[in-house]
Design a binder for this molecule. Structure first.
Ligand SMILES: [Mn+2]
Length: 428
């Protein structure tokens, strides 16, 4: 673990410089009529879950290059997530994947999590792979399958995932389906969607009263001709068919190039069906790169929609936020720290948008000034504000630097030796 004294000492060395930067920004924002203290408080409320599969080195179908010291069990993954949380202070919950990280003893895992001051966010099902002991194959789909017995097996898997989640104090399930086809004619486009809908309605009918269910769309891969839940429209239809506690989850990498994701977010808010996010970034497809690494302006524009909707009451329930990335080249903990810092900055920038001005310019059709109002917030260096928030919550001014100086990775490399039973993490 990272010793709190190490974080304190590390912060202390940049204390004077940070103080000057923060005061400078506070003064600048004050001139714009923005109370920096209020923004720091709002930013402190932002939380994003870490998935249990993001702590190991990811890979592609061509290869995987593990860095050493990777967690071998869900308990070691929890230790790494606690390290991330101790430095950035926005990641108090874990999103578990079943069966990859299914605990033998859920109570023992819950006790361990509480010891680490961690909780559990949405649980994730998996019907995109066959498990060794299952009677039916998902080769031709799961909830959409032509055979009722296969659909029933997939439904029961989801009920099992919910049961495990209940024991861990989770209150939501995210459903991403690989169901689809590779060739025209392979499956009946309408009927496969209707079977999926009916299977989901069955799962939803067993959902505990205080739970939510999120459907996650994705245009292609592994299915390359048609994917059953391929876009936000399909996802919305499913959520609407299920009922009030079902909503849509937007994975930023699950869109075709140049899709206007912030507008999709706005549409789902209008429909009252925006349930959650998977953050990552992409250049071409579901690339699962570090959040904000390719399209930081898009990330800001997504947060702009969220803050706008939060302010005017259109967003009644906070979406479930999660980071869904594959770390092929970077140290997974460092990549997660970087992603959380990007999210904190995007959120902070969106909190600085002058919505009175923006709304006025929109009403007057002053295109240039409306755009400049967004740019004014986006181009503000919010790092002192974000650092201040982390300091106040006991975190680090410079999380990556503090992490490197702690020597954590080298320490766990000594303890965590390779295990043949270790399953490399993947990304959803
Ligand atoms: Mn995802």
């Amino acid at each position: 673990m990272i010793n709190p004294a190490h974080i304190h000492d590390s912060n202390h060395s940049s204390k004077e410089r940070h103080k000057r930067d923060f005061e400078f920004l506070a003064d600048r924002l004050d001139q714009q009529g923005i109370d920096i203290e209020q923004v720091v408080r709002q930013l402190a409320e932002f939380e994003v879950a870490i998935p249990s599969w993001a702590l190991g080195t990811g890979g592609t179908r061509f290869g995987r290059f593990p860095g050493g010291g990777e967690p071998r069990s869900i308990f070691e993954k929890m230790e790494d997530i606690a390290v991330v949380q101790s430095l950035v202070r926005s990641t108090p919950r874990v999103s578990l994947h079943i069966p990859w990280d299914e605990p033998d003893d859920p109570q023992a895992l819950l006790d361990f999590a509480l010891e680490m001051h961690l909780g559990f966010d949405a649980v994730n099902s998996n019907t995109f792979q066959d498990q060794p002991d299952q009677p039916h194959s998902y080769k031709f789909g799961s909830l959409c399958h032509t055979e009722a017995a296969v659909r029933q097996q997939a439904i029961e898997h989801h009920l099992h995932v919910i049961e495990v989640g209940k024991q861990l104090g989770s209150n939501a399930i995210t459903v991403w389906l690989a169901d689809g086809s590779n060739f025209p004619g392979q499956s009946h486009l309408r009927k496969s969607f209707e079977r999926t809908r009916d299977s989901l309605i069955d799962i939803y009918s067993h959902l505990p009263d205080d739970w939510r269910l999120f459907t996650e769309h994705k245009p292609y891969e592994p299915a390359f001709y048609s994917t059953v839940v391929q876009d936000w429209g399909s996802s919305l239809m499913l959520a609407q068919a299920m009922g009030e506690r079902a909503s849509c989850l937007v994975d930023l990498g699950h869109h075709l190039p140049n899709a206007n994701i912030e507008q999709i977010v706005a549409r789902l808010i209008t429909a009252g069906k925006l349930g959650g996010f998977h953050f990552n970034d992409s250049k071409y497809g579901d690339d699962d790169l570090t959040t904000g690494s390719i399209h930081p302006y898009q990330l800001f524009l997504v947060f702009n929609e969220l803050i706008d909707a939060q302010n005017d009451g259109a967003l009644t329930e906070a979406p479930a936020y999660m980071i869904d990335q594959s770390h092929n080249l970077k140290d997974p903990i460092e990549a997660l720290l970087q992603s959380v810092m990007e999210l904190q900055q995007a959120c902070a920038r969106a909190l600085l948008v002058d919505r009175t001005f923006l709304s006025g310019y929109q009403e007057e059709n002053d295109v240039l000034m409306a755009e400049m109002t967004l740019k004014e917030a986006y181009e503000t260096d919010v790092r002192p504000l974000v650092r201040e928030m982390r300091i106040r919550k006991g975190g680090s001014v410079n999380p990556i630097n503090t992490f490197r100086l702690s020597g954590y990775r080298n320490k766990v490399k000594e303890v965590r030796t390779a295990s043949s039973s270790y399953v490399p993490p993947q990304s959803l």
